[in-house]
Design a protein around this ligand. Structure first.
Ligand code: ZN
Ligand code: ZN
Length: 129
């Protein structure tokens, strides 16, 4: 799979608790297949309730699985954070740091703390914004 951002960069696979996460070592974006977020956080929720369709004019990215143009979604109607989701339900693309913001915005689930820790370690996201 190619990075939807850098296009020619191949996504690498990292394992987190037996879940395979695809990420780009160049831009540090992360691809999550549908439902992976729930496995990671050990939670059950409808992923689509988090996202609101956005009309932002950001360039469309292509789904790394099916190459369809993805839709822009904002997190909890906050237009400053836009992520991309595949219209064919393959999953979600998060630019660097966006996944962390999402997880911090969600209610806390049992897997939240350890995953945030892991993300910070691996990607060296700043702890504080
Ligand atoms: Zn990239
Ligand atoms: Zn797709």
């Amino acid at each position: 799979m190619f990075c939807p951002n850098c296009k020619k960069e191949i996504l690498l696979i990292m394992e987190y608790k037996n879940i395979e996460l695809d990420f780009c070592s160049n831009c540090l974006g992360i691809w999550l297949d549908a439902e992976e977020l729930q496995w990671i956080l050990e939670a059950e929720f409808d992923e689509h309730t988090i996202f609101t369709k956005s009309n932002a004019k950001e360039t469309k990215k292509k789904c790394p699985r099916c190459r369809t143009n993805m839709n822009k979604f904002s997190l909890f109607q906050d237009e400053t954070i836009l992520c991309d989701t595949c219209p064919n339900n393959h999953g979600f693309w998060f630019d660097r740091g966006e996944l962390e913001i999402l997880i911090q915005t969600l209610p806390k689930f049992s897997g939240t703390h350890s995953f945030l820790h892991w993300l910070t370690d691996v990607f060296q996201y700043p702890h504080e914004k």
